[in-house]
Design a protein around this ligand. Structure first.
Ligand code: SAH
Length: 391
């Protein structure tokens, strides 16, 4: 293992379990480290602090252990078992009505750079660091040891998420047996998930609890699910007794997936899916909806896109708030990590002011418990939502 020594005083954040070491904190690196290597991190006074993966960029080490342990099969077993135990405690694992959940959520589970989503008998891994990518075989094997016959395939979908400059030629591929797109159960609702062709790992697992809340508001409502992707919110709205549900997405493929998923669950004549641009669609509607869901893609992926993103949130929310029926409900979300909760609320506030409607915040939503946030790494909180009552 290589050794990294920090500048005096720079050990403080590591002692407080923050999982990143920035390049500016480093005094010296011993040995010829290449990206992805394991590194031991020491303070200026030579005190052991942590072990992590070496990375080239402003974050130079992503810490996977604050103890001086060997990073071997036992280490991975213990970490993944711990993550599994948390999902069992939450109630999303070992649940006959639910077999889709996030097993590992990066820093939130003490494993920066690693995402693992469980889709019934298939695990989909998404690595965001070279160190995690290089560990993918041992991680896949450990998953198999933990789940046994309940796990058939492990798919690695890291091609687009490994730092581009690392140039390691990551490919999307099965690393343990071949699988195929699969039907999953989320709170007893059926969804087809295609991790090979789909966005992210195939499904937006992070909206599970928020969909459940939509279900509870949907009775007898006319609902617009804007940015529907695979129709998660639409299925829950129909389940909740909506009178009519319109699902809209600019992608034809998403519209097809939504239709399929609705058909898997209901013989529904009160659902229609349309391929339209969100802004154009909202311009054309009059006030026919009682409930509108706005779950756009991340408008800002980087800080330099922040101000455009905030404008985007303002505009889309202004339109929805202006167009909803009096007494209607808007579920509005942002999944951009660089947009804070306050900034998002400010953007929605500006949108409401443009629409000149009286708006109450009923609920403040976030990501679900299987996307946990380490208390030492508040940056891990990314999903923000507001439920508005519009007079
Ligand atoms: N609510 C979904 C996830 C939304 S992902 C769920 O619960 O699964 C964001 C979606 O927005 C994508 O499917 C993308 O195709 C769609 N999208 C992106 N830009 C759009 C636009 N301008 N108008 C409509 N849909 C758009």
């Amino acid at each position: 293992m290589h050794k990294i020594t920090l500048k005096p005083g720079k050990e403080q954040s590591v002692l407080r379990f923050h999982p990143w070491v920035f390049s500016g904190a480093i005094k010296k690196i011993e040995g010829d480290a290449v990206e992805g290597d394991l590194m031991e991190v020491y303070s200026a006074s030579n005190q052991f602090l942590a072990i992590g993966h070496y990375q080239i960029g402003s974050i130079m080490v992503r810490i996977i252990s604050f103890e001086q342990v060997e990073i071997n099969t036992d280490f991975w077993h213990q970490k993944l078992m711990q993550a599994y135990k948390v999902r069992t405690t939450i109630g999303v694992a070992e649940n006959l009505q639910n077999n889709v959940y996030r097993l590992v959520h990066g820093e939130g589970d003490g494993l920066p750079g690693l995402i693992i989503d469980i889709y019934n008998d298939t695990a989909v891994m998404q690595m965001h660091s070279v160190g995690m990518y290089r560990s993918r075989q041992v991680i896949a094997q450990t998953l198999k040891n933990i789940f046994g016959d309940k796990l058939i395939a492990v798919y690695d979908k890291s091609e687009a998420t490994i730092p581009f400059k690392a140039n390691i030629g990551a490919k999307n591929e099965y690393v343990l047996s071949e699988g195929k797109p699969n039907q999953v159960l989320e709170y007893n609702n059926k969804f087809m998930v295609d991790w090979v062709e789909g966005q992210k790992t195939g499904f937006f697992i992070d909206q599970r609890e928020n969909r459940k809340l939509v279900e509870s508001y949907a009775k007898d409502k006319t609902v617009l699910n804007m940015f529907c992707y695979t129709g998660g919110f639409s299925v829950y709205a129909i389940r909740g007794g909506a009178k009519l549900v319109h699902s809209v997405d600019s992608s034809e493929k998403a519209v097809e997936l939504t239709k399929q998923n609705v058909a898997l669950n209901f013989d529904a004549s009160n659902h229609e899916a349309l391929a339209e641009d969100a802004f154009e669609y909202l311009n054309t509607i009059d006030n026919k909806y009682d409930l509108i869901i706005l779950d756009p893609p991340a408008f800002a992926k980087h800080n330099n896109a922040l101000s455009n993103a905030l404008q985007g949130y303002k505009r889309i929310n202004a339109k929805a708030i202006a167009k909803i029926k009096p007494g209607g409900i808007v579920f509005t979300f942002s999944c951009s990590q660089v947009v804070t909760k306050d900034q998002f609320r400010q953007a929605v506030f500006s949108g409401a002011a443009i629409a000149k409607r009286n708006v109450r915040i009923l609920h403040q939503l976030t990501q679900p418990a299987d996307h946990p946030v380490s208390i030492y790494h508040p940056e891990g909180e990314y999903l923000k939502g507001l439920v508005l009552y519009v007079e």
